[in-house]
Write a protein that binds this ligand. Sequence first.
Ligand SMILES: Nc1nc2c(ncn2[C@@H]2O[C@H](COP(=O)(O)OP(=O)(O)OP(=O)(O)O)[C@@H](O)[C@H]2O)c(=O)[nH]1
Length: 279
Amino acid sequence: MSIQWFPGHMHRARKQIALVMAKVDVVIEVLDARLPGYSENPLLRELRGPRPCLKVLNKSDLADPAVTAAWMDFFRECGTVPMEISATSPKDAKRILGTLPGMVKERNFLMQPVNCLIVGIPNVGKSTLMNTLVGRKVARAANQAAITTKQKRVHVNDELTLYDTPGVLWPKIESVTASYMLAGSGAVRETAMDNAEVAARVGDYLLREYPGLLKERYKITDLPQNGIDLLEALGRKRGCLIKGGEVDVTKAAGILLNELRAGQIGRISLQKPPAPKAA
Ligand SMILES: Nc1nc2c(ncn2[C@@H]2O[C@H](COP(=O)(O)OP(=O)(O)OP(=O)(O)O)[C@@H](O)[C@H]2O)c(=O)[nH]1
């Protein structure tokens, strides 16, 4: 499975971002701390060009702290400015507001506010961050991909104007693993994917990387070998049965994905940074 989910509003958003980019001084790219590499949109990198960019690794409260620390090192080594955050945290918003001015190149129009564009893939927390940065609810945030479909501009103060943009993926996500993990993280509308297939592939990964957390959450002592069998076992534990005693795999898949996204299985990262190149 590779994901091709690029609905009309994303086409429009891409055009709007390209238009507004001309007057943007600094970009905040919101990445998902659980999968910072997969959630880095190549389309947005192209649109941003050479503008300074603060990469915030959001939802760090849901990610595996050791893996996030490795990602922070990775981004620093790549020469980018990373920040690990939780978009709901006013303390983190303050750190961002304190960092932005130093990133903006000297301008002739000192009296004009700095224009800052918030970009990122769907459901990564852009609107939540916008609300926390502004200190009140100015953008609708919800646990569903593609809630924001129009660009929004807010004057924070005389020094800063923020633009929130709709979440954008790219027309074709080539990597099959990236597709499954992005879908597992909640970046793709469920109508555009096969939930059971996504949950089985994410299950394969969890069995490999986080067996202890699965055992603890689902009280399964002998973990199965693969994601499909994990859905079977989980379905039986949770009573997701249909006529004849068979497991309702779709229901079991929904449970696994919802609990993963809510952090109920534990703090889980869905991607590790590439290993450092040998000297
Ligand atoms: N646990 C946790 N949840 C978060 C965090 N930031 C955002 N969320 C949740 O993630 C979901 C998506 O947040 P939004 O702010 O709507 O995301 P968005 O990027 O604007 O989404 P689109 O409209 O699809 O572009 C919401 O349920 C938020 O409450 C965070 O730091 N930690």
